[in-house]
Design a protein. Structure first.
Length: 367
């Protein structure tokens, strides 16, 4: 199993995309029926999102009807396999978690029959932070209780999806024993298992878990995001717990057009950056320096992939970072996408090459 980092710049955070098979032809959609595949059970968030968006797909595509077909299994793998072998006519699309599909392909799962780099990505419909919740009657009040159980932490899962890998990383970094029980059809089913006591905790979206938290059936103990979730500010983030622990868990960094140094001669002054960093460069130089990854590069830095836009100001400090990595024989790779804006990674034609560069890099570097 790959040991993925919890650092935010390594996260493949492309959640809730609808995808279709290659060579989609818009003409074949008009007047016909579109099927949206959902990897979740009827009550799961993906299915609810798919049903919400279906009328709008019908309205703007000219389709006679848009139907949601539930196809659970393998955390989205079964439905995506079905999509892969469907006719490439645009009438079958999938509402799923791209992160889960990428991780399944990276892991070398024999169940994967598709290639994520060859799918057509239509857009992102939703994204939300993830949360680890436990049953309210479990006696587990916080993540430390989960770590110090006198037995394995039971994690119900629908398969090798993003939540499975996230939990595996947490268990590894925080040093506690975990047992995965797979075969559930979605978050609604894993939630029921946790509430009944068949499992200790599961990872889901904050929106999906909110009703169960408010009803007193579940208790949130950890949020998997950079910042604490505003409605529950007492719940710590995973990054807070990683602070001060071994950095060996970070095996690779994917930098998608992120500025490597805000204080480098190549860097441009920015009022937007000033708002983020608590003042302009001359007003708060300490924050500008602290926010620059180049200042922390050294012999313990993992391999880095740079995928850059055609906007030079976002390359600031990159070449000096590579020189520093070369001093320690640390692998680095650079790809610059011609004629691309800064936000290229969410748009065609740049999304697919970004995905391919990332997959190829992680296959080379993760152990």
């Amino acid at each position: 199993m790959y040991d993925l980092s919890m650092k935010q710049f390594l996260i493949l955070a492309l959640l809730g995309f609808t995808i279709s098979s290659p060579a989609t032809q818009a003409e074949s959609v008009r007047g016909n029926v579109i099927t949206i595949l959902s990897p979740n059970s009827a009550g799961g968030m993906m299915t609810r999102y798919a049903r919400m968006i279906a009328p709008y797909i019908a309205k703007h595509s000219g389709a006679r009807d848009v139907r949601v077909r539930i196809m659970t299994g393998g955390g989205g793998i079964r439905g995506t396999n079905f999509l892969w072998f469907s006719e490439p006519d645009g009438r079958t699309i999938a509402f799923t978690s791209v992160t889960s599909l990428i991780l399944a392909q990276l892991s070398g799962s024999e169940a994967v029959q598709f290639d994520t780099t060859q799918l057509v990505y239509l857009g992102r419909a939703a994204t939300e932070p993830r949360v680890l919740t436990v049953g309210a009657t479990s006696g587990i009040m916080n993540i430390e209780d989960a770590r110090t159980l006198n037995r394995q932490f039971i994690f119900p899962s629908q398969g090798t999806d993003e939540d499975f890998y996230s939990m595996a990383v947490l268990a590894n970094v925080l040093n506690f024993d975990m047992k995965v029980v797979s075969g559930y059809n979605g978050n609604a089913d894993t939630a029921l298992a946790v509430i009944k006591g068949d499992g200790d905790g599961h990872i889901t979206g904050w929106l999906a878990s909110q009703a169960l938290i408010e009803s007193g059936d579940e208790r949130p103990i950890l949020t998997l995001s950079q910042d604490r979730y505003a409605p529950y500010p007492h719940v710590p983030t995973a990054l807070e717990l990683v602070e001060g622990r071994s950095r060996e868990a970070v095996q690779a960094i994917v930098n998608i057009d992120g500025i490597t140094s805000f204080i480098h001669p190549e860097a441009e002054e920015s009022e937007i950056a000033g708002k983020w960093l608590g003042g302009l460069r001359n007003e708060n130089p300490t924050n500008w320096k602290s926010a620059s990854p180049l200042e922390y590069a050294g012999e313990d830095t993992p391999p880095i992939l740079f995928v850059n836009s055609a906007q030079p100001r976002f390359h600031a400090g990159r070449d000096d970072m590579i020189l520093k990595l070369d001093e320690y024989n640390i692998y680095a790779e650079v790809h610059t996408l011609p004629d691309s804006p800064h936000s290229f990674w969410l748009m065609n034609p740049w999304f697919q090459p970004t995905l391919k560069y990332t997959l190829d890099f992680l296959k080379k570097t993760l152990k």
